[in-house]
Design a protein around this ligand. Structure first.
Ligand code: ZN
Length: 235
């Protein structure tokens, strides 16, 4: 289990590892049941009330949803969740995409965004920060933690994706006739551009593709996408 925001004991901000099994909400029924079992074991192990977990069913889009209670367990077509509810846990799953945790300390707002390349260029992070602001959150009090994702060393794009990165050419590197993108640096540029202090951003530098303890979609190429869970909540 990986921990984030360790300076804030009032928070739970964690991510599972490969040893916890795949925790993805799969469309295949048998895989879904198996993963659900893994989720229950994971919640139990880390003292999370499974009944208070609200998960985003991801589409690599930029839609953000504010969670006002933990009644709806799965929110579809959403890549970021925000809440002010104490005791509610927001969850996404990831395997190469970056989990981005947000905490607005003064107002007690937490958020979690699923930042893959489509979400990143589609402004999912801006929409999340706007959502936090709309709940009265102040950017000066906003802390952000970037979990592990696929780093520039392994995030190759093909020519057809180039257009999507038109605003971010400075983050593309060419090596051996291939193109690689530094997604983490794009995220950091977006966040500081939105007014978040650089000193309030923590970054787990691990590349999922290289980490034996983490799933990586690009490396593993499993038919049903084995994924880790990221969770944030105010205790
Ligand atoms: Zn790498």
């Amino acid at each position: 289990m990986l921990n984030f925001f360790e300076q804030f004991p009032e928070l739970t901000a964690i991510m599972s590892e490969k040893e916890d099994g795949s925790l993805r909400i799969a469309s295949d029924e048998a895989i879904r049941r198996k993963n659900q079992k893994n989720r229950e074991l994971f919640f139990e192990k880390f003292g999370i009330d499974g009944g208070a977990v609200v998960s985003a069913n991801l589409v690599h889009g930029n839609h953000v949803e504010v969670v006002t209670d933990a009644e709806t367990k799965i929110i579809t077509k959403t890549d970021a969740l925000i809440t002010t509810e104490k005791g509610a846990f927001l969850a996404i799953t990831i395997a190469d995409c970056v989990p981005v945790f947000f905490y607005e300390k003064e107002k007690g707002i937490v958020a979690l965004a699923h930042a893959g390349w489509r979400g990143i260029v589609g402004d999912v992070l801006k929409n999340t920060v706007d959502g936090i602001s709309s709940l009265g959150g102040n950017k000066n009090d906003l802390f952000v933690a970037l979990g592990p994702g696929i780093n520039e060393c392994h995030f190759e794009i093909k020519a057809d994706a180039l257009e999507s990165f038109a605003d971010y050419h400075e983050f593309i590197t060419k090596r051996d006739g291939k193109m690689f993108v530094d997604l983490k640096s794009i995220i950091k540029k977006q966040l500081t551009g939105l007014g978040i202090k650089e000193t309030n951003i923590e970054n787990n530098e691990t590349c999922t593709f290289e980490a034996d303890n983490l799933f990586s979609f690009r490396r593993d190429k499993t038919p049903f996408v084995d994924a880790m869970i990221a969770i944030i909540g105010l205790k």
